[in-house]
Design a protein around this ligand. Structure first.
Ligand code: ATP
Ligand code: MG
Ligand code: MG
Length: 380
């Protein structure tokens, strides 16, 4: 059988491996961690650092095609692998997604509006930041996720203090936008340039981490959904992207759509596709990298996803516990996905619960009952 490799062994890699295996592929995961969720279920786990020549050599020796599940895998590793094997997405595309300054330049080049911003590479550049960007959010250009590496700043003094607190690394200052809601779109592009998309997701974040995804997006008009899908497609096409790409958007209070950021891989907001669509985002990644057909996905059931963070594994007194899965699974249309992580920590992504139903109202009703059983906020 053909063999597919993935750089990174987190939950995205694990769900990718499951999808690849059900299509008959052998799977290899490269990850430094002995207990990585994907390494535990793959046919082979290459336990090495992302830049270790021996690990990369093993991966390219046994794989027919290679992808990444980890946004911060060194882009140079992907470029090296591409010398001998098919790699999707390409290191050059991943590199754009890894740097907020390059990412925003790419949005602009693709004709998609993003937040007004300035790139700040040194303390000396603070003096040139226009006042119109304040209040704003200062974000490290690289390595941030789940709201980490971000500081909200009201004025020039807070900006200077924030830049120092982020250790003076290159940053992007974005104007603080008045958000109505957040949404995302997942597209998949084949090597032949054909693009398909999943329906638009409406996302709710809590403390900078995705909490709830709802599809169909209840508060986004058909016109705005079409605009988001078209923009995501242009963003993918203009960098010659191959594979699954997620693009996050803000819907502003004045009704304008603005792109936030993108992820060069399947995305947490796309987990609903595992039960709500006739093909999952992970299967599309497998198909795209293996050169298999990419049919347009179809939502067959309104679906809600609840993220299951490590907090649920602790009671009010801080004692570790197992969430009440039996009660949750007694509700109709509940699909539990746990990632096999060895230990729970507050804020750690441990799994997700998809709820499918015949109507959006029914899905929401069951999701709220499940949330109450689990001790999650039940209103959104
Ligand atoms: P992810 O885990 O999605 O990769 P991240 O750490 O890269 O997140 P962003 O998506 O840039 O962070 O921002 C996190 C959240 O902060 C957004 O989902 C949004 O709620 C809020 N936010 C970010 N930028 C802005 C902005 N310019 N104006 C208003 N809110 C913002
Ligand atoms: Mg991000
Ligand atoms: Mg984000």
């Amino acid at each position: 059988a053909a063999t597919l490799g993935v750089m990174g062994g987190g939950q995205l890699g694990r769900m990718f491996v499951h999808a690849a295996q059900s299509l008959g592929f052998r799977t290899v995961v490269l990850d430094p961690d002995a207990d990585s969720p994907a390494g535990l279920v793959a046919h082979e786990h290459v336990q090495s650092d992302y830049l270790d020549p021996a690990g990369l050599a093993r991966l390219s020796a046994v794989c027919d095609a290679i992808t990444t599940e980890f946004e911060n895998v060194p882009a140079t590793a992907l470029t090296q692998l591409a010398a001998s094997r098919a790699v999707a997405p390409a290191g050059s595309a991943v590199a754009v997604c890894q740097d907020r300054a390059d990412e925003k330049a790419h949005f602009k080049a693709s004709g998609v509006a993003c937040a007004p911003h300035a790139v700040i590479r040194s303390a000396a550049e603070l003096a040139f930041v226009p006042d119109s960007l304040l209040p704003g959010i200062l974000k490290t250009a690289r390595m941030g996720y789940d709201g980490k590496g971000q500081i909200r700043v009201r004025d020039a003094a807070e900006l200077a203090a924030g830049f120092a607190a982020l250790k003076g690394v290159p940053c992007v200052l974005e104007q603080m936008l008045p958000l109505q809601l957040e949404l995302s779109v997942i597209v998949a592009r084949g090597a032949d340039g054909a693009i398909v998309n999943f329906p638009v997701q409406q996302n709710l974040h809590r403390d900078g981490i995705l909490a709830v995804t709802e599809v169909p997006a209840p508060a986004v008009s058909a016109e705005l959904q079409a605009e988001a899908v078209a923009s995501a497609g242009r963003i993918a096409a203009s960098m010659g992207y191959v594979g699954v790409l997620c693009v996050e958007f803000f819907l502003l209070q004045d009704g304008r759509l603005v792109v936030n950021e993108m992820a060069p891989r399947p995305h947490n907001s796309g987990h609903y596709t595992m039960n709500g669509c006739d093909v999952s985002q992970f299967e599309l990644q497998v198909r795209a990298m293996a050169g298999l057909p990419l049919p347009q996905p179809r939502l067959h059931s309104p679906t809600l996803m609840l993220n299951l963070l490590g907090d649920l594994w602790f009671d009010a007194a801080g004692q570790e516990r197992t969430p009440v899965w039996d009660q949750v699974l007694a509700l109709p249309g509940t699909h539990l996905h746990l990632y096999g992580k060895q230990s729970a920590r507050p804020g750690r992504k441990m799994g997700h619960l998809n709820i499918t139903a015949a109507s959006a109202e029914a899905a929401r009703d069951v999701a709220q009952r499940a949330a109450r059983l689990l001790g999650l906020p039940a209103s959104w």
